[in-house]
Write a protein that binds this ligand. Structure first.
Ligand code: KG4
Ligand code: ZN
Length: 364
């Protein structure tokens, strides 16, 4: 089974051609071709994604990328497109493009939830022995608990049955990635800020920079003991703003101090994520824990969650995504679509019924 998948929910334009198959108890997803254009550099001056600019770029990029896939469309069994959540003007570009293709080539159109894309692609494991880029989805013990952390979302999702979701916790304000990006901007780092902060924090932890021996900073861990699985990061962001203001009254931070600050910020985020996942694993009895979303690329956060599962929930299986699939891309949308198609759970829609929904929930 072959599908063409499109992703335009934020600032990445992605198109991918995938082949899916059932092999015994496993589903396999092979990437035949994948193209991705990032607009990050264009949005950098704004310190975040500028929706109308994203829309214009998708409009320009989609036909350019599609030229590489044109010859293959006649052979696909369906066209999958992200219809939410995300920036609505950006989503519409992908949705309208996919609708036209579905009509022109007479193909079923499958609207895909972006968060399901992060979740399913993070559950699938790369098959290193396959000649082409192939992922296998197998031996997933339910229920699955997913921590989905990205620039727009921070949520703990429980999947008791395939494709049936319950949100057990979410952010009440900013998303983790958004908090990384805003704090990075305050520290004078470039967008997207997550990788920059993480690099600095690593330098501090590995003792690569000297000169911050007498420097100390303590940031809050918001809602650590709220008794719920919900998150809040806006207070942490405000605390960073005021703390930095005080610290830089006399002079800017030295490189080593900036790195120590980044490490404390990452520690605060890591501690909150670990506490909430601990609580959610405890409350739900999940058998599998999966981490997904752009922030899942963060090495420190991965290590902290890995340690939690290994030490306190040894019966739970941990799955983390391939680094190449953490940020937004069309391959992950293809994984979600193929998983549904191969399990007989896909719901193709007539093109005129497919709409972009900015605040689409994974829980339906
Ligand atoms: O999933 P994604 O590509 O886009 C959304 O759906 O939002 O996530 C992008 C977010 C950005 O906020 C970026 O700063 C963050 O992921 N990110 C990271 C790292 N790599 C990307 N945050 C922390 N550490 C990283 N290594
Ligand atoms: Zn995403």
């Amino acid at each position: 089974m072959n599908i063409l998948a499109l992703e335009t929910s934020c600032d990445e334009t992605g198109i991918a051609l995938l082949a899916g198959a059932q092999e015994g108890m496993a589903l396999t997803f092979t990437t035949r071709k994948a193209a991705l254009l990032s607009q990050a550099a264009l949005h950098a001056p704004y310190g975040g994604v500028y929706p109308n600019l994203a829309k214009r770029e998708h409009e320009k990029n989609l036909p350019t990328l599609f030229a590489e896939f044109k010859d293959a469309v006649a052979e696909v069994d369906a066209i999958a497109v992200t219809h939410g959540p995300g920036l609505e003007p950006a989503l519409w570009q992908g949705v309208e493009f996919a609708k036209k293709l579905a009509e022109e080539y007479g193909k079923p159109l499958l609207p895909v939830n972006h968060m399901e894309g992060h979740l399913v692609s993070s559950l699938a494991r790369r098959d290193a022995s396959a000649p082409e880029e192939t992922y296998r989805l197998e031996q997933v013990e339910l229920p699955v608990l997913a921590l989905l952390i990205s620039g727009g979302h921070t949520e703990l999702v429980l999947m008791r049955e395939w494709f049936a979701y319950e949100v057990v916790g979410k952010t009440l304000d900013d998303a983790v990635g958004e908090c990384f990006d805003k704090v990075a901007r305050m520290l004078g780092l470039s967008y997207p800020g997550g990788p920059e902060i993480s690099k600095l924090a690593d330098q501090h932890r590995t003792g690569k920079l000297s000169g911050a021996e007498s420097f100390s900073v303590a940031l809050p861990r918001p809602m650590l003991n709220s008794g719920t699985c919900d998150f809040s990061f806006s207070g942490l962001k405000t605390a960073v703003l005021y703390t930095l203001r005080t610290l830089t009254k006399e002079r800017p931070l030295a490189a080593a101090e900036q790195a120590a600050f980044a490490a404390e910020f990452e520690n605060a985020i890591g501690e909150v994520l670990v506490a909430k996942v601990r609580r959610a694993l405890h409350d739900t009895g999940a058998r599998t824990f999966v981490l997904g979303g752009g922030v899942a690329a963060n090495r420190y956060i991965r290590e902290q969650l890995q340690a939690l599962v290994l030490e306190e929930f040894p019966e739970v299986e941990l799955r983390t995504p391939e680094l190449s699939l953490t940020g937004d891309n069309a391959v992950m949308i293809g994984h979600a679509a193929l998983a549904r198609l191969l399990m007989g759970r896909a719901e193709p829609r007539p093109p005129e019924e497919v709409r972009a929904v900015g605040n689409l929930s994974i829980a339906g």
